[in-house]
Design a protein around this ligand. Structure first.
Ligand SMILES: [Zn+2]
Length: 88
């Protein structure tokens, strides 16, 4: 883990922006991979099965936040390469 990996490996949010300061593992320790919105008590929240679903979801959130199409693309383009979506 380098400092360039400090994004949630599920939704791509910078972990420093995570109000919950990271997801939680089953034993209650903090996850260094996932944010508090994606990962809770050792399990993923939500029912996303593919990076495409996650991209769609995050783009919807960014739109609610008032971001234009270019920014929405920018903040979601790396999601398919995140660790969660590398596994089959
Ligand atoms: Zn996340």
């Amino acid at each position: 883990m380098g400092k360039f990996d400090r994004f949630c490996q599920s939704c791509g949010m910078p972990l420093e922006k995570d109000e919950g300061k990271g997801g939680t593992n089953q034993d209650g320790t903090k996850s260094s991979l996932y944010c508090s919105l994606c990962y809770r008590d050792g399990a993923f929240t939500g029912s996303f099965t593919s990076s495409r679903e996650m991209v769609k979801f995050v783009k919807g959130k960014l739109k609610e936040m008032g971001m234009g199409p270019l920014k929405r693309w920018f903040y979601t383009s790396h999601i398919p390469r995140l660790e969660r979506w590398q596994k089959k």
